[in-house]
Design a protein around this ligand. Sequence first.
Ligand code: MN
Length: 710
Amino acid sequence: MMRQYELVERVKSYDPGADEDALNRAYVFSMKAHGTQKRASGDPYFSHPVEVAGILSDKKLDCDSIITGLLHDTVEDTLATMEDIQSLFGNDVARLVDGVTKLSQIETLSDRAKQAENFRKLLLAMSEDIRVLLVKQADRLHNMRTLKFIRNEKKRVRIARETMDIYAPLAERIGIRDWKDELEDRAFAELNADARDSIVKRLNFLRDESGDIVGRVTAELKQTLAEFGVEAEVIGREKSPYSIWRKMQRKNIGFEQLSDIMAFRVVVQDVTDCYQTLGAIHGHYRVVPGRFKDYVSIPKPNNYRSLHTSVYGPENQRIEIQIRTQEMHEVAELGVAAHWQFKQNVMTDGRQYRWLRELLEILEHAEAPEEFLEHTKLEMFSDQVFCFSPKGDLMELPRGSTPVDFAYAVHSEVGDTCVSAKVNGQAAPLRTELKNGDQVEIQTSADQTPSPNWEGFVATGKARACIRRFIRSQTHEQYIRLGREIVERAFRREGKKVLKKTLKGVLVKFSCPTLDDLFDIVGQGRYTGQDIFNAAYPAAGDANRRANKKSGNGKAGPNDFAVPIRGLIPGMAVHLAACCHPLPGDQIVGIVSTGKGLTVHTNDCETLDNFVDMPEQWVDVQWEAGAEGENNHVGRLVVILANRPGSLAALTAVIGRDHGNISNLKITDRSQEFFEMQIDIEVSDVGHLTNIIAGLRADPSVGSVERARG
Ligand code: MN
């Protein structure tokens, strides 16, 4: 175990400004807090946080990260509280320790391998500060180093599996290659010890047989490239047992065929040198067909760039070669961190951990340069929340989601029938906004149906679509019921029975596929029961109309047609309001007044303001289907027209061209420059008038055109 002064010396060696006093206090605080606790190895528990701090210092992390490493298990496993840490070490450290503690708590909630991808996202999303993730990774690395001391095999396997599925890929993602390799190798040793042993034996055998082959090949490659005039750094290594194993599985090969166990990296000055190096190698050695890949021209999605090839190298061994520039190398080895370091050229100032601070700054200020893949990833996940079901299933939801969204994400039936929810064991309103890591339990009831109110707060498209579909189907059913009654009543009035056969005969006429659809349109008020009856018995309908005509007074004219309004009280006089001149197609409402009968206004008529306190006088009315007729209706426009020769002619020309008839025209105001006038135009419906308005607005002599609104 590293001693207190050793750790402090180490941190001070790369960060002379580190807070020595705080480091010492953290060391002592952690030691006292963990007291006599022991690790599975029999070591004092305290050795673990010290080792974690040591691993973090290997990466030259800042002082706060090291302190967090020392304290990371104190809140979870000892009597120490968040408040203690805050008062002793300040807000920043407290925030980091809190973050690591939360990740550790989440960890115990789900151990399902199939959810690894989601879980990785969750960890990223929860690690608002990347240092939280780094401390967590170091923690895992030390736990893997001491995994063999855990006696319970099931537990060992679970931890190894989780490391393989979650922590190794995460280490790769944040670009710490050696942590990734070690995590993978240690997990491999636990999960498939036999396979690993066989590969290691084979590697040892090959090594014994051929000595320092990596060294010899490296030297020869260097020599060859120098002959071609390329100045390059050549690094050779043996592949890790796990990557060899993966390749054996992928290519389905056995140990005996296992020959390409070495990989070489050639690092050169610039992109031109990359291709020159490739040419030199391909010219000098026999190429293994089908292995060349150009990730320089077409980088991998994570910005990885390199040329890959395989050749039969010196001593006729198959070797893999990666060719790249120094910048590509930094990006490949250290991920986003190095990328930043490289860009900022801060490597030279000796404060290598500085990338972290810089990265944190970027993370805090959301200006994301596109090339920061991991940052972009973090950002991307910040639009999402990850929540658990009571069974530990992980649900990925957009930020702002509620228990209703969660319920619909589980299954639409769960959503449709959800009545209440518990979040982290506490009853919570259905509109509660969920947070990362929340555990959500939904209570359902067979009697429950979706509430239209839910639509106001759900965040997922699925929930919204389900709620709407349900409401639509509900109203659809209501319309069908209503429509059936209306049709039956109409037929009864005419002394006929409603026969399915009769109704089916008129379906085509109303373009309805089924009887329910027919009832639906009647229920919605688009047709009356009488319309259906008339269609079913055309002869009877004609007779009725003839009878009606005879009883009329014989006068005819545009203002003397029967007002084509439905929803009327039989026998009541009806007229269209002169203030707003409603037209078929307008939204309308009727006002009943004694002595005048029913006056129909447009919905937006200002006259209606006079009736707001008299709801009993308001009647819902609608236009009859087919109410629009050839210029049967009068619309009124208020027009402001330029006071110059020809403008009135232009106005009448536009109206005439659009088949409107001016029935009245009154100048209401006139100035040096403008006429204001009221024009009544005979039109067929509101669409017709709208056309005329559009035509007038397009005319340069017209200042403005509006419909009269009371
Ligand atoms: Mn720990």
